[in-house]
Design a binder for this molecule. Structure first.
Ligand SMILES: Nc1ncnc2c1ncn2[C@@H]1O[C@H](COP(=O)(O)OP(=O)(O)OP(=O)(O)O)[C@@H](O)[C@H]1O
Length: 445
């Protein structure tokens, strides 16, 4: 299949796998691959059901960065494709690898600029895929890593798609030369200190001497791993049904009734779906060998990238790690003496509370000192028309996940618990007058 046909069939597939908006944005670095992608989009524009635009991120770290930007600008102008340029200043003192730093910053820019349902195209191709899979193999990855670069994935509220992922690099080269395109070669691609460049320059040519088609084969293996990964996610989801209770905690006895490989699978999926991060095999091993099997009376815990996994009363709980701020009994204090303006009460890293004036039934706001805090334990509340009860008991009856309960904002007036997010307000704050009550609204950060 020639490059144009491959590109068009991939765009067809895009419309099949996902409903998209009308805007298609091309990520153009100024290198050969993205110049080819841009040219393909422009040449085939009347066969694409999209409005085209382009985006270029100037990382500012190459002496030639301004020249690349100017070149991308000129080419887009000649094609009549609107271009957005973003300039970055990367902080290289963090110890993060420059490649990762640039990629993270680039994707943050993309997310910021794209609108819901937009599609972003990047020019990743078969060789990029093969390098990624090799790198992940050398890191000891499982099926998720060996699946390499996905053809498409969520990016904020938009979607990124790689129409050239199955295209051979040599085809892109022929196309670029045939169309007499001009591009810049990123000089950092020649730096053999970067692992990807080492694979590209030293390993790939060597492999090609014995396996001329190795990149296509690796791409096929990646696809098989992706299918396998999808299957394991489905399996894990089913496994979670009997193991995770409604409050989001793992029932240890149910977990231990599963075969060991399933235990790993279920825990990995539990952590990934709650924390949005991929746990390492080492972390899972520690969890299973040290936390899950700890003695009945112990309450061991494990810190993991801003999260804490705890064992309590036969359950595994996952909650955001408490930072210094969240341990403070209160985050904002405000003295209220008269009715009227009520400034938002902020709980750093969590959200803020706004009071909106509404008609009854709502709260009254007496004079006093207002503050919000997290739960400390032992709080009681009398919901209107109900007896006073321990907040802990009320929360146990709600379906609120344990991790959320730990970060629940509580509003206090002097030393009285007045309101709890997601639960309600105490009867003594019930407003009996018409049209002068207040409704607390918690706005999450
Ligand atoms: N500075 C940039 N501005 C806009 N798009 C870019 C830029 N750099 C890279 N891209 C887009 O990303 C594609 C892949 O580039 P590259 O291989 O350098 O990135 P990567 O770091 O491997 O990215 P990824 O994390 O997506 O694998 C390019 O073909 C281009 O579409």
């Amino acid at each position: 299949m020639d490059l144009q046909a491959l590109f068009l069939s991939s765009i067809d597939e895009l419309s099949r796998v996902r409903p998209c908006g009308r805007r298609l944005t091309i990520a153009v670095s100024g290198g050969r691959d993205s110049m080819v992608l841009l040219d393909l989009c422009v040449q085939l524009a009347d066969r694409l059901p999209f409005e085209l635009s382009a985006i270029h991120v100037n990382h500012g770290w190459s002496v030639n960065a301004a020249l690349w930007e100017q070149h991308v600008y000129t080419v887009c102008q000649n094609y009549g494709v609107p271009l957005t340029v973003r300039h970055l200043q990367l902080d290289t003192s963090t110890g993060q690898s420059p490649e990762e730093l640039a990629r993270d910053a680039r994707y943050s820019c993309f997310i910021e600029l794209l609108r819901p349902h937009d599609v972003l195209l990047t020019a990743h191709h078969q060789a990029d895929q093969a390098e990624t899979v090799l790198l992940n193999l050398l890191r000891g990855s499982g099926p998720r890593g060996l699946a390499g670069i996905p053809q498409g994935r969520e990016l904020g509220e938009s979607w990124v798609w790689r129409p050239l992922l199955n295209a051979e690099s040599v085809k892109l080269d022929q196309y670029a030369r045939g169309r007499q395109l001009c591009w810049f070669d990123d000089e950092s691609n020649l730096d053999g200190r970067y692992r990807r460049n080492f694979i590209r320059q030293s390993i790939a040519p060597l492999l090609s001497t014995h396996w001329p088609d190795w990149q296509r084969s690796v791409g096929r293996s990646a696809q098989l791993c992706r299918d396998l990964d999808r299957l394991t996610v489905d399996l894990a989801r089913h496994g979670l049904d009997g193991v995770v209770s409604e409050d989001g905690a793992v029932d240890i006895r149910a977990l231990q009734s599963l075969p060991t490989t399933h235990q790993y699978l279920v825990l990995r999926h539990w952590l990934e779906s709650a924390a949005g991060k991929w746990p390492s095999q080492k972390l899972l091993r520690t969890l299973l060998q040290e936390i899950v099997t700890a003695s009945k009376h112990a309450q061991p815990s494990l810190q993991w990238q801003g999260w804490q996994v705890r064992r309590e009363f036969g359950k595994l709980l996952l909650m955001p790690e408490q930072d210094e701020n969240s341990q403070l009994p209160s985050a904002t204090r405000w003295l209220r003496s008269t009715d009227g303006f009520f400034p938002p009460l902020v709980l750093p890293g969590n959200g803020c509370l706004e009071m909106r004036q509404v008609s009854t039934p709502a709260m009254t706001l007496p004079a006093g000192q207002y503050r919000i805090s997290y739960r400390q334990g032992g709080e009681k509340i009398r919901l209107p028309g109900r007896p006073q009860r321990a907040l802990k008991k009320i929360l146990q009856e709600t379906r609120m996940p344990v991790s959320q309960r730990q970060r629940l904002p509580l509003l206090w007036v002097d030393d009285q618990l007045a309101w709890v997010a997601g639960v309600g307000f105490d009867e003594q704050f019930l407003c009996h007058e018409q049209a002068s009550g207040w409704l607390p609204v918690w706005l999450k950060e």
